[in-house]
Each structure stands twice: as C-alpha cells, then as structure tokens.
Design a protein around this ligand. Structure first.
Ligand code: ZN
Length: 136
C-alpha cells in the first residue's frame, strides 16, 4: 500500500486530499479484496456441501440421492466458476499492485476500461470493445 500511494504522489503531502482517481483506485482495490474474500468463503462452503452429500448417501432413498447428486454437480460447477474467478481476481490484485495507475487501462487499445465496468467487474482486463473483438 505504501508504494501505491507513493506512486500516486499522495502519501508525502500529509493532509492533502487524494485525487478522484486515487480514491477510485483505493475503492477498486478494496473491491478486489472483498470479491477475493467472498469467493474464498463460497469455495469453503461448497467443499463442506460435497462432504455432506458423500456421507449421507447410504441413508437416502434413490430419488433423493439423484437429487443430491444433481445438487452436488451444480455445486461443483459453481465451485469451478468461483475457483476460476478467484484466479482472475488474484491475478488482478498482482497487476494492480505492480502498477496501480496502469490498472484501469485496457492493454489492447490503451483506453480506460471505465470505472463503471471496473466497479461492477473489478478483475476486468480488457475494455468492453476489445472483449467483444476477442469473441468472449
Ligand atoms: Zn480495449
């Protein structure tokens, strides 16, 4: 965090207000950390659910067992999505800490990704236009 503020030129002037961009970057990093924490919590929950289904199988009838397996498969799909997003969020935090000022810029076109999009999807790498051009 020290390097972050030093880079933005805000830390040495004690009492000086942060610029709008510095405020936004601070909020954005906090958002990334929040998303990381909620994904980790989600992954911990799903792991617990899988254990429960495994242990209770013998006590269930056939139909409820099918339901439980379907629920487990859905939970596993959710877990895979959460794990994949967690990887993107961790990579985003690394990119952020390496160069906070460059973080809001799209690496393809160099334009700003836009704060609205970054606050909605803080781990965004590309702007919407470049994302569509990549067919994702
Ligand atoms: Zn772009």
């Amino acid at each position: 965090m020290g390097a972050f503020y030093a880079k933005l030129g805000a830390a040495p002037r004690s009492g000086a207000p942060l610029s709008d961009d510095a405020h936004r970057l601070t909020a954005l990093r906090r958002r990334l950390v929040e998303v990381e924490a909620s994904l980790r919590a989600e992954l911990a929950d799903e792991a617990g659910l899988s254990d429960t289904v495994g242990l209770d199988q013998s006590a269930m009838g056939r139909v409820s067992r099918v339901d439980a397996l379907q629920a487990q498969q859905m939970a596993q799909a959710t877990q895979r999505r959460a794990a994949a997003r967690l990887e993107r969020v961790l990579a985003a935090l690394e990119r952020f800490d390496a160069d906070p000022e460059a973080y809001p810029d799209c690496p393809d076109c160099g334009e700003s990704i836009g704060w609205g999009r970054l606050l909605a999807v803080p781990e965004s790498v590309f702007c919407v236009g470049c994302l569509q051009a990549r067919g994702r």
